[in-house]
Design a protein around this ligand. Structure first.
Ligand SMILES: Cc1ncc(COP(=O)(O)O)c(C=O)c1O
Length: 509
């Protein structure tokens, strides 16, 4: 009987292998049959889109190769204004951070180098938190304890003394990981498909992750006419429409905004918190740009602080806030450092969250060390303090100048309208695209702003992301550019942009 079963299983297996083989042949492939094909793979992955690294960027990289191979083009280099990656655009690392990382990676240098004493102290402290005293060991899944403690102290200072608990801090490999770990908690369908409210325009991590997790995207439009403000009546409209289709569970707010660059006022944050409370929503506050505030009169207010200051019943709401080493003045995107602070979460759910992240073992220890330098920077009077402050201030002041320069230049071009870049690292101007260009785009099967962005790339080498990648009010066209090219390069980029736009409008008028 046992042998018969084995035989049967064998027959079924060979039958399925031969079926797979036939289907691989049908797919036109030869050799070993593919076990995974477009037809049998996870459909959610197929629906995901991530414009910031989409077809335009692929083409930009091809053009770079063509230029390197000697191709003649109307430009000499590609300017990648598509992604918020400061170091890729020439920003220098902060000395203190890199010195600490050098010592943490190669501890022999602690005694041999003449690095400042506070750098050595920090490196020793981080290494003492590493198992085996090495950054090459796994850490606890939520991160090294001393760094979580420093993060909690940082938040307490930032929020004017409102306490943060190290147990609420989860270090992550970039904010993206923390955000995705939180979003996954809501994948539960017993009372309908789970829905998450996200701004439109949005940072595509959200649309992509919701698509991947099979969750419903509830878009609420930001108001371009009032500087991309987040209006509560619009939140009301979008949740009302969504209730028929899904079960709204969480509200994402990006402040300062990506791609829109707005900074929310305290009053606006209060209204949003009250809305979330009324609707029983969990708040995900994406605050990775908290150091990137430039405009006079704009100020960053953390959602946690505003929520706690509102008092009962709001101060017991569930909220997760995210921070990152990729943005701010440090721009250490490749090191993958971040944290989430998750407050008022049900104890058992928190245990589940910690369990789920433990399957990934831990965020990179060098990323955690970078985060430690950010949340526990040199103190006044310490040897690294003056240089640290100078480098930090230089970066932020230069970004502030570039923010103004970009908005002013775009506003000087007929057919382009740009809101002030109050914060973050992007401008999201609106473009008027001539009817003939819209027709030409249709003929190519492209959205009009994608067509515009491709023409810009092919004619000038400037790589931006079309508004379609972030979502926009129907019938409007936008693009996102970063403010990250260094000032001289930015000036060249904006001149070329202006010239291109004028010619584009002439060509299609
Ligand atoms: C709004 C927003 N959130 C999160 C992230 C992800 O950052 P990280 O590099 O920390 O994963 C980005 C990156 O651009 C972002 O713009």
């Amino acid at each position: 009987m046992k042998e018969y079963n084995v035989l049967l299983v064998g027959l079924i297996m060979s039958a399925s292998v031969s079926m797979l083989h036939t289907s691989a042949m049908a797919n036109g492939s030869s050799g070993t049959a593919k076990t995974i094909t477009l037809d049998n793979m996870n459909p959610h992955i197929k629906t995901m889109e991530y414009a910031v690294r989409g077809p335009l960027v692929i083409r930009a990289t091809e053009i770079e190769k063509e230029l390197a191979a000697g191709a003649q083009k109307p430009f000499k280099e590609v300017i990648k204004a598509n992604i918020g990656d400061a170091h890729a655009m020439g920003q220098r690392p902060i000395t203190f951070i890199r010195q600490v990382l050098a010592l943490v990676s190669y501890p022999e240098l602690i005694d041999k180098s003449d690095f400042p004493a506070d750098v050595k102290t920090k490196a020793r402290e981080i290494l003492a938190g590493c198992k085996g005293g090495s950054a090459g060991s796994y850490s606890d899944s939520s991160g090294i304890e001393i760094i979580r403690k420093h993060a909690a102290e940082y938040i307490t200072r930032r929020d004017g003394g409102i306490p943060a608990n190290p147990d609420d801090i989860i270090l992550c490999a970039g904010a993206s990981e923390g955000i995705r770990a939180t979003l996954k908690l809501f994948v539960e369908t017993s009372a309908g498909e789970p829905g998450v409210m996200i701004p439109i325009p949005q940072y595509p991590l959200y649309s992509a992750s919701l698509a991947e997790f099979g969750m419903h995207q509830i878009g609420y439009y930001l108001n371009e006419a009032t500087g991309w403000s987040l209006d509560v009546p619009e939140l009301e409209r979008s949740i009302k429409e969504a209730r028929g289709i899904c079960r709204p569970r969480a509200l994402v707010v990006i402040n300062p905004g990506n791609p829109t660059g707005q900074v929310l006022t305290k009053k606006n944050i209060e209204e949003i918190i009250k809305f979330a409370h009324k609707e029983g929503l969990f708040i995900l506050a994406d605050e990775v740009y908290q150091d990137n505030v430039y405009a006079k009169g704009s100020e960053y207010h953390s959602f946690k602080k505003v929520m706690m200051e509102l008092g009962e019943p709001y101060n017991t709401m569930e909220l997760a806030s995210y921070f990152s080493t990729s943005k701010g003045y440090m721009g250490e995107c490749g090191l993958r450092g971040g944290y989430s602070e998750v407050v008022n979460l049900d104890k058992s759910v928190k245990a589940m969250l910690l369990k789920s992240i433990s399957a990934k073992l831990c965020p990179t220890v060098l990323g955690q060390a970078t985060m430690d330098c950010v949340v526990d920077p040199p103190k006044p009077g310490s040897p690294s303090y003056d240089l640290f402050i100078k480098e930090k201030t230089d970066v932020l002041q230069s970004l502030a100048k570039r923010a103004v320069m970009i908005a002013d230049t775009f506003n000087s071009i007929p057919g382009i309208k740009c809101n002030p870049v109050q914060g973050a690292m992007y401008a999201f101007p609106q473009i008027t695209i001539p009817a003939k260009a819209i027709e030409a785009a249709k003929a190519k099967g492209q959205a009009a702003d994608t067509f515009y962005a491709f023409e810009l790339l092919e004619n000038t080498g400037i790589c931006i992301v079309p508004g379609t990648g972030f979502g926009q009010y129907p019938g409007t066209y936008h693009f996102r550019t970063t403010i990250l090219p260094q000032p001289e390069k930015l000036a060249v980029m904006l001149d070329k942009f202006k010239e291109f736009h004028v010619k584009f409008v002439e060509k299609y008028s």
